[in-house]
Write a protein that binds this ligand. Structure first.
Ligand code: SAM
Length: 232
């Protein structure tokens, strides 16, 4: 029997993976990978079988059950399988579902966490998610749910970090304007930790004008911390 190692690749830049995650990649027989990982990571192992299971436009998109099946079958063949995911596998990454499937089939597994886009990208954009006397809590949420729409008025951390929200920016801003001041700072970090990273800063009042025609992937950060390091 082989095993499955669930590895978080970190966001964007390949150098944001952990030492342990990189070691697992180098030792893998099979690497099952998604979008949003730095594909250069795959060059660290020239011998592994590479299986892409992401959702790139125009290509067959794998259902979660198909991915689980691949992991189980390859491990049963005696292979060491690295399941490589962007950011941290347990933050909106469906890592939990894959581990449950492995448990059900008695497949040995290991978990190697990764830096999540939710915390690493604000840091790279010089936004501390907490800051003494300014923000004592932060809430990470997804803007994408399968059944219906998210009500963004319901989330009340000092700082909000919203994933999968770029195409829903208008609804996010309109909801937040009902519960937060219109001067509340907001930042949008697009293609974070890549050469094309772009950070757009504004307020709830003007961000829709500043951020026209933007495309995923991106995260949205809301709260006073957005500008705390911008002053002098
Ligand atoms: C399915 S979620 C996976 C999150 C991932 N597990 C993590 O911890 O970062 C995908 C979302 O993560 C965010 N994301 C991940 N990598 C990103 C990057 N390099 N730049 C901007 N946003 C990113 C975006 O909001 C994107 O829509």
């Amino acid at each position: 029997m082989g095993k499955v190692i669930l590895v978080g690749a970190g966001p964007g830049d390949k150098e944001l993976i952990t030492v342990k995650g990189l070691k697992a990649i180098k030792e893998a027989d099979v690497i099952v990978y998604d979008d949003l990982i730095d594909k250069d990571l795959l060059n660290y192992n020239k011998n592994a079988e590479l299986i892409y299971v992401g959702k790139r436009k125009g290509r067959h998109s794998y259902k979660q059950e198909d991915i689980n099946k691949i992991l189980i079958e390859k491990a049963k063949e005696g292979k060491t399988v690295v399941r490589l995911k962007g950011g941290d596998p347990f933050i909106f990454g469906r890592g939990g579902e894959e581990i449950l499937a492995l448990k059900e089939h008695n497949i040995p597994y290991e978990i190697i966490p990764g830096l999540s886009s939710a915390t690493a990208l604000p840091a790279l954009a010089e936004i501390p998610l907490t800051h003494r006397k300014v923000a004592r809590s932060f809430t990470v949420l997804t803007a994408h749910i399968e059944d219906g729409e998210v009500d963004f008025t319901k989330f009340n951390g000092d700082t909000l970090v919203i994933l999968m929200g770029i195409t829903k920016l208008k609804k996010i801003v309109n909801d937040l304007l009902k519960v937060r001041d219109k001067k509340t700072p907001i930042a949008i970090i697009l293609k974070g930790a890549t050469k094309e990273q772009k950070v757009i800063r504004g307020t709830l009042e003007d961000i829709l004008d500043k951020a026209k025609n933007i495309e995923p992937p991106g995260i949205i950060v809301v709260g006073e911390v957005v500008n705390i390091l911008q002053k002098n």
